[in-house]
Design a protein around this ligand. Sequence first.
Ligand code: PMP
Length: 285
Amino acid sequence: MERTVYVNGKYLPESQASVSVFDRGFLFADAVYEVTAVLDGKLIDQAGHLARLKRSATELGMVLPCSEQELIQIHHQLIEKNQLVEGGIYLQLTRGNEGDRDFSFSDGIKPTLVLFTQARNLIENDTAQQGIKVISVEDIRWRRRDIKTTCLLPACLAKHIAHQAGADDVWMLENGVVTEGGSSNAYIVDQLGRVITRPLSQDILHGITRASLLQMAQDLDITIIERPFTLQEAYAAQEAFISSATAFVWPVIAIDEHRIGGGQPGPVARKLREIYIEIARSRAI
Ligand code: PMP
């Protein structure tokens, strides 16, 4: 069945949905995006995703073409039109197009807004049960990783290298210190059961799942330490895991040739996944 896709105010069959070849999102990756998980036909952590979208757009001098309320309505319309029960909604906002290719742009050009649904099993998910293997790669991304842009070529290439090496994903490194996962925030658990994750800065994306998860962990009296950690520390960790909007929490059971936690998902990651799903689900809209 063809999906219904949203493009600039219209709901269209996916085969008829298109944007201009001169769109700056296509030509320059001059675009920001969000992915929001859907459970039981409802949006997870929606307020956080909209706040970050607004921030990303503002940082690049783009404006949202409609109000937050309208954006939520579009999400809900797509869920209904596509009968989406579980999966995600991808939203991309580009600076728009001025009818030609030119590095410079005018202020106030009309942005392009596209949204589509992706049906996926997020809860009953083999990867979540078994955990993932990651390899470390150099982080070659630009210096404003806090802005959620579609400049994702470094992540695409890194993930491709991981898949070729028989791994599931990457952890990215800068000067021997882990920045984040290929499309996730990265965490380790030390011998005392404390969760360690890199603090927010321009070096990493400010994960919406991360923000909720850290709050929930604190409520559970799990100690969180926000500090950079090295690859060597990660090799020796009791547990490792990642968070993202559609993974929620996935255990990491191997980093390079090192098995973590005996190569099995650990109790802290498992607990945090359970808690996140339970609480985020109860707050879904
Ligand atoms: N870091 C990077 C580089 C990502 O691509 C993502 C997922 N988009 C995340 C972290 C996790 O962010 P969120 O929890 O908001 O999905």
